[in-house]
Design a protein around this ligand. Structure first.
Ligand SMILES: [Zn+2]
Length: 339
């Protein structure tokens, strides 16, 4: 499992023997800077995917996938062999902008819709199998030994893309933040997935909300009431935003690797300090686990992490300069668990 440098966005490459999945492609620039480079690494190229997934249409997730598809479309137009083989595209496609959006919001949603339309056009042109209707909580599939469960988006979020998503009351017990919750209709419609291969598990959150993901896990059921779930890799929701999770999310879902995909210069202040506090606060002092950063954290984040590390044994892992990706799994910690 590799998390690529996707600046303030997400881009994750997952491989299991003979197979590969690409989840999101990061914002504009990711393709040139890291994704194309990683896929064409002469020592370890990846040019065939069982599934390419776009969690939602926001630029920081879809742009790199548009570039990947465009590379195939250019080859198609020039009658050259396609550089990348794509078995299926998983993508829930919004049909119109939210009716209640303000003119400013209409602009932002309009940009996402254009990108969604572009992807749909490319998928049709390249005759890629496109899966959308199946992607509802509880749907599962076995991809050559990789068990995939869809946790989000809830059906009502996808249906309500045409209206404004209104923040529903959090279930009792979700407290601990005064931050305004994430109202974004596209984030609310983000895919979230539980993946498992031979006992190794990962939770890919997209920009979904913790409470929505927890509901998906309960429904699957990968989680029972009053229980906690341990996964090997937890991709922390929405780049570590405090608007998308609450302390209880991290109390209920634990990991030996927490991945925070963002960049120090992002304009939202991700990861939010309370989220790092919630993750560390959910774990006993003597537990060992890793916080993985796809880009070097900002100075203020580093300071907070140094303070949090006092008396605790968690590790901080950063992408090495010049490398396109940080490999979150397997690690020396877990190498023995993989074939
Ligand atoms: Zn995002």
């Amino acid at each position: 499992m590799e998390f690529l440098d996707a600046a303030h966005g997400d881009c994750c490459l997952i491989r299991w023997p003979g197979h590969a999945m690409l989840i999101d492609g990061g914002p504009a620039g990711t393709w040139r800077r890291s994704l194309k480079r990683r896929l064409n690494d002469p020592d370890d190229p990846v040019r065939s995917f069982d599934v390419v997934i776009v969690t939602h249409t926001d630029d920081d997730h879809i742009a790199g996938i548009l570039d990947l598809m465009q590379a195939n479309a250019d080859a198609h137009d020039d009658h050259r062999p396609l550089p990348y083989a794509i078995g299926e595209l998983w993508f829930t496609f919004p049909t119109k902008p939210p009716a209640e959006a303000t003119p400013n919001e209409q602009d932002a949603y309009g940009a996402s819709l254009r990108q969604g339309n572009n992807l749909a056009e490319l998928a049709r042109k390249l005759r890629i199998r496109w899966r959308a209707a199946d992607l509802v909580p509880g749907w599962t599939t076995d991809l050559h030994g990789l068990d995939v469960t869809v946790l989000a988006p809830p059906v009502e979020a996808t249906e309500r893309l045409a209206t404004m998503w209104k923040w529903d009351a959090e279930p009792a017990g979700f407290t601990g933040s005064t931050r305004r919750p994430d109202y974004g209709p596209y984030n609310a419609a983000s895919l979230a997935l539980h993946l498992e291969y031979q006992g190794v598990s990962a939770l890919i959150s997209g920009d979904s909300r913790g409470s929505v993901i927890t509901n998906g896990l309960l429904r699957a059921p990968h989680l029972t009431a009053d229980d906690a779930l341990t996964v090997n890799v937890l991709h922390v929701p929405h780049h570590g935003s405090g608007a998308n999770s609450r302390p209880e999310f991290f109390e209920r879902i634990r990991a030996d690797t927490y991945v925070i995909s963002t960049v120090a210069t992002n304009r939202h202040g991700h990861p939010h300090p309370e989220v790092l506090g919630w993750i560390v606060g959910s774990r006993a002092k003597e537990e060992s686990y890793r916080l993985v950063f796809t880009n070097p954290p900002a100075a203020s984040v580093r300071e907070q992490l140094t303070a949090l590390q006092r008396g605790r044994c968690f590790q901080i892992v950063e992408r090495e300069p010049g490398r396109a990706s940080v490999i979150a799994y397997p690690s020396s910690l877990a190498a023995s668990m993989l074939p």
